[in-house]
Design a protein around this ligand. Sequence first.
Ligand SMILES: C[S@@+](CC[C@H](N)C(=O)[O-])C[C@H]1O[C@@H](n2cnc3c(N)ncnc32)[C@H](O)[C@@H]1O
Length: 197
Amino acid sequence: MTRSIEFFDQQFARSASAAALALNPFETLALPYLQGEVLDFGSGMGNLAFAASRQGCRVTALDASQAAVAHMQQRATAEALPVRAEQADLRQYPIGADYDGIVSIGLLMFFDCATARKVLAELQQHVRPGGIAAVNVLIEGTTYLDMFEPTEHCLFTATELQQHFAGWDIVQNELSTFEAPSNTVKRFATVIARKPA
Ligand SMILES: C[S@@+](CC[C@H](N)C(=O)[O-])C[C@H]1O[C@@H](n2cnc3c(N)ncnc32)[C@H](O)[C@@H]1O
């Protein structure tokens, strides 16, 4: 288990509070664009997956955290919602289908850069024509590094994520900075883009 998976697994096992189950700002930004069949790649507790399923999406939610996947499976059964949750190490996960929407919020920075770029290309390949990709990563300038493996993480430049979507219709493109513990910051890039039909 990598440091990031352990970090989140322990966090998810501790808390299923209302605050932990609320959508974060990036999930809130992505939600209105989702329809049809959706893949949430690095779903965490599945907050976006469940919100999307409530607006009619059929969602596959993947994450390495056993605690998060167990929570999602229980919630899908309890609320009779079309969310299929599966535990997987997404550094090397063959995506076996195409989707109307693929979301990956806060995942790719936990991979080495070659893997992050390869996985991003794989995600893009599995979005159907006219479908949506919503991707969020930490970028250069981030000084909160506690949850990273020292030798296995990737901070894109501020413009790199949007550059990977050349030829797509970019419908949202945001840079944001949040304060983090011990006077550090997290800097994010978020791109939501539609694949040419
Ligand atoms: C910052 S959280 C984001 C979760 C969710 N997308 C959100 O926006 O709240 C990062 C997630 O990546 C997962 N993760 C980290 N490394 C992973 C890996 N190698 N394979 C699968 N999931 C991983 C963690 O378990 C955690 O759920």
